[in-house]
Design a protein around this ligand. Structure first.
Ligand code: PLP
Length: 306
């Protein structure tokens, strides 16, 4: 259960948590065209609260709107200011932010161009997405029977709500099978990503991650990890990955705003590496947490002060 906070930002104003309602005819609820983001804010060692890579998240929100032909009524800067304001009014030193642009009620039917575009931001407290223990010990995964969307069937680069039925089905299948997370292949059978995370594998000291044409969401944590890894001197390659490459990988980890950097200790009942968080995963994870909530000043451009 999400713990209530005081306010939610809706269409330019702050409303009480319990009053943040939409009509049942809300178009996006029926047809799934809504752009959204997941963003984290962290309390850092200096005592301040910083939203991690807010600009990039809001840029992706607006890119999703563009791809889905949604027209936000607010500017990027206004949505960014709303995110910070929401954390302040709710007295939150850290938390998760969910900006969303969606189609309101009015006409029904697939084509309803007159329906108003609406924008909201929700904030809530969210701990480790796959559990605190998972960050240390890693998770058990299974290749899903559900493939990621083919690029001509949906918009792999958009973070659009209706597409997440694919993730929900894959996640449920994995959980019902006793696993923690699903890994999805693309429609050609190459490794794509998790249900809400990008994937990295390590082989002989080199990092590999599915390329942008592998039906992945272009993750902001993925970009963060590629930057950190290259700063450490590792070679990072964006390429096609097959499932048997995963089975013989030295290390695997998933990245995402919610999942942060979560090691994978098993794929399809095959142990990954030594069966626990590998040394390269740990090194990158540790730098990541130092940047987001420690005192590492390496990337001030990634931090938006609340
Ligand atoms: C399907 C999917 N892939 C990857 C990611 C990771 O993206 P990011 O690191 O920008 O949160 C997410 C989370 O937004 C996601 O939903």
């Amino acid at each position: 259960m999400v713990d209530k906070v005081k306010k939610i930002w809706m269409d330019g104003g702050l409303v009480e948590w319990d009053e943040a309602r939409v009509h049942i005819l809300t178009h996006s609820l029926h047809y799934g065209v809504a752009a959204f983001e997941g963003v984290r804010a962290y309390k850092r060692a200096d005592g301040g609260t910083y939203i991690f890579r807010l600009r990039e998240h809001i840029d992706r929100l607006f890119d999703t709107c563009k791809m889905a032909l949604l027209e936000p009524k607010f500017t990027r800067d206004e949505v960014m200011v709303a995110c910070a304001e929401l954390l302040r009014v709710n007295g939150m030193e850290d938390g998760y932010l969910r900006p969303m642009v969606y189609v309101g009620d009015g006409a029904m039917g697939i084509y309803a161009p007159q329906n108003e575009s609406r924008t909201s931001v929700i904030a809530w407290k969210w701990g480790a997405y796959l559990g605190e223990e998972a960050l240390k010990s890693g998770i058990r995964t299974k290749i899903s029977s559900f493939a990621r969307h083919h690029v001509n069937i949906s918009l792999a680069k958009a973070k659009m709500s209706g597409q997440y039925t694919n993730s929900v089905l894959a996640k449920r299948e994995a959980k019902f099978g006793g696993y923690d997370e699903a890994i999805m292949l693309d429609a050609s059978g190459f490794v794509s990503e998790g249900t809400g995370e990008n994937l990295f594998m390590v082989k002989k000291g080199k990092l590999l991650t599915p390329d942008l044409a592998s039906s992945i969401l272009e993750g902001i944590t993925r970009d963060t990890v590629m930057t950190i890894a290259r700063e450490f001197g590792y070679v990072v390659e964006e390429c096609r990955i097959t499932r048997d490459m995963l089975w013989t990988a030295d290390e695997i980890f998933l990245t995402g705003t919610a999942a942060e950097i979560t090691p994978v200790r098993e794929v399809d009942n095959r142990t990954v590496g030594a069966g626990h968080r590998g040394p390269i995963t740990e090194r990158i994870q540790s730098r990541f947490f130092d940047i987001v909530r420690g005192s590492d000043e390496g990337h001030p451009e990634w931090l938006y002060k609340v």
